[in-house]
Write a protein that binds this ligand. Structure first.
Ligand code: C2E
Ligand code: MG
Ligand code: MG
Ligand code: MG
Length: 287
């Protein structure tokens, strides 16, 4: 009986795996045409000093799928990485985010996430350079977010690419800090401008005193290395109070603002009139 039941469970499991594999293949094919169909878009989430002043936005990719609705980047970015599509998609994201930020009257930071795959293929510094020239964005306003996985792949190659990027004048942030391999030694071999404390530590603040100790340690580390510290996933004013007291520089999270299409934050960015008019001729004509 148990055996038969076990086989049954296995069969269900197999069917489930099959379905999920099929689903993934279909989604991967859809992703190929998503760019052509203009289904990819960027949302923007503000980053603020603990005093409340907005210092920049992070661009977060969204896929508005014709059938499935909004597909999360945690679902489609891995698909794009497996298929190599992350190269053209990542290039589009970078260009779109820089073009957008270049149109703001308020010259604040624009942060863009990079995939480890973008470090392995092509010439990332050359691409960034081209896009900066193309869009006219001040290099100092661009902040590239990488994860520890980038360094783990091939440390010497990755750090040489990071150095070349720094030469362009862009900033480099270490994203999701504390969740990866976290051998701290890399922090002394590469001068990150910013460390982003992973949101899991912030989320556990209330119930797990240990996460407070970890945040305190990361802030101390960042201070000692002259890096800015941003806490991710800040949702409550209690969390903000703790981070402020611990001398964290900045915060990002639903408390400051959710990721939205940039129009939602129009008053925060200001927009050069000329840029706005070249971007939306149709709107102007109807006004
Ligand atoms: P990330 O770069 O660490 O981005 C932060 C994620 O936390 C975002 O999820 C954001 O919506 C979410 N978040 C922000 N504030 C809060 C909060 O207060 N509470 C909670 N629970 N969540 C919050 P999102 O947009 O779903 O992106 C997930 C991940 O996908 C990103 O993590 C990043 O690793 C990746 N990703 C997103 N856009 C891109 C992209 O353009 N390129 C690449 N390579 N990866 C991207
Ligand atoms: Mg990020
Ligand atoms: Mg993060
Ligand atoms: Mg993340």
């Amino acid at each position: 009986r148990a055996k038969a039941a076990g086989r049954g469970v296995f069969r269900v499991f197999e069917a489930d795996m099959d379905r999920r594999l099929r689903e993934r293949r279909v989604l991967q094919q859809d992703l190929r045409s998503a760019m052509l169909r203009k289904e990819l878009m960027l949302y923007y989430q503000p980053q603020a000093l603990v005093s409340g002043e907005i210092i920049g936005f992070e661009a977060l990719a969204r896929w508005r799928h014709a059938v499935h609705g909004m597909v999360s980047p945690s679902k489609f970015i891995p698909l794009a990485e497996e298929s190599g599509l992350i190269i053209p998609i990542g290039e589009w994201i970078l260009r779109e985010a820089c073009r957008e930020a270049a149109s703001w009257a308020n010259p604040i930071q624009i942060a863009v996430n990079l995939s480890p795959v973008q470090f392995r293929h092509g010439n990332l510094p050359a691409l960034v350079h081209t896009i900066l020239l193309e869009t006219g964005l001040n290099p100092g306003r661009l902040e590239l977010e990488i994860t520890e996985g980038v360094l783990f792949d091939d440390f010497s190659r990755a750090s040489s690419i990071l150095r070349r990027l720094k030469t362009l004048g862009v900033k480099i942030a270490m994203d999701d800090f504390g969740t990866g391999y976290s051998s701290l030694s890399y922090l002394q071999s590469f001068p990150f401008d910013k460390i982003k404390i992973d949101q899991s530590f912030v989320a556990k603040l209330k119930n797990t005193p240990q996460s407070g100790a970890i945040i305190r340690a990361i802030v101390g580390l960042g201070r000692g290395l002259s890096m800015n510290i941003v806490a991710e996933g800040v949702e409550t004013s209690a969390q903000l109070d703790f981070l402020r007291a611990e001398d964290c520089n900045a915060v990002q999270g639903y408390l400051v603002g959710r990721p939205y299409p940039i129009e939602r934050y129009a008053s925060k960015i200001g927009r050069h009139e000329s840029a706005a008019s070249t971007r939306r001729p149709a709107l102007r004509a109807t006004r």
